[in-house]
Design a protein around this ligand. Sequence first.
Ligand code: NAD
Length: 270
Amino acid sequence: MEPILSLDGKKALIFGVANDRSIAWAIAQELHRAGCAVGFTYAGEALGKRVTPLAQSLNSPFIEPCDVADDAQIERVFSLWKEKFGTLDILIHAVAFADRNDLKEHYYTTSRAGFHLAMDISVYSLVAMARHALPLMEGTNGSILTLTYYGAEKVVKRYNIMGVAKAALEASVRYLASDLGPKGIRVNGISAGPIKTLAASGIGDFRAMLKHHEKTSPLQRNVSQEDVGKSALFLCSPLASGITGEIMHVDCGYNIMSTPAIDETPEKAE
Ligand code: NAD
């Protein structure tokens, strides 16, 4: 497939590929197709075995482990990147984690440890990455992109602590956009509709959620990894040069609907 725009000569660092169903993997493929060199990090050796061949299939020049809960590992990755490339054009943050037990019943049962864990991995990691990316992105018209979900805005049953973490993540996008804007760096988020991935498997009753979205969304389908990948490419490209601090819904329009769909045949236009 022909790229719809060129990112020739640009370099992206991607956090959050676990396997070939990961949203980050779809983003990596779109960036690569547009001519961007794509580096990867992975969370631990077990995932490294899956991520390495994927990264190699895109001729990736950079494949490193990084647990984002560990400041030293984040620092190591950015200093290796600096040594190797000097600058960074695009940073993708597609990382989230919460204890499965906190995504089952009620939000009020969230433990202090579970609350801290979800906020640390899913929100603070973006702040830490942005801080490390800043000196590498200055003067590059750099772009930082994260992934969020509608549960940040409205109550989605069983999303619980992740909804609260995504709300903090979306606020972080705005604060980071304000901080980094004067340096020419844009910070945005994509609020993706539900997609069957490893992370999604931890959310209770995910299948029902997919069905509900398909039925309710104006486009009458669920969003795909590729849908999100293409929108990510747009937001990270010069086509979006005037967009920062924005949360863009890529959800087949689900968020505009106020009530669940009821079975009805659309009236024919006269
Ligand atoms: P995924 O499981 O493929 O990706 C989640 C990634 O987070 C994995 O690569 C995992 O290794 C990484 N991660 C977790 N803990 C980590 C740690 N301590 N250090 C480093 N990495 C760690 O699932 P996905 O659905 O592609 O998720 C990517 C992003 O998209 C997440 O932020 C998720 O909340 C968001 N999102 C997903 C959906 C969906 O329905 N799948 C919808 C909207 C937003």
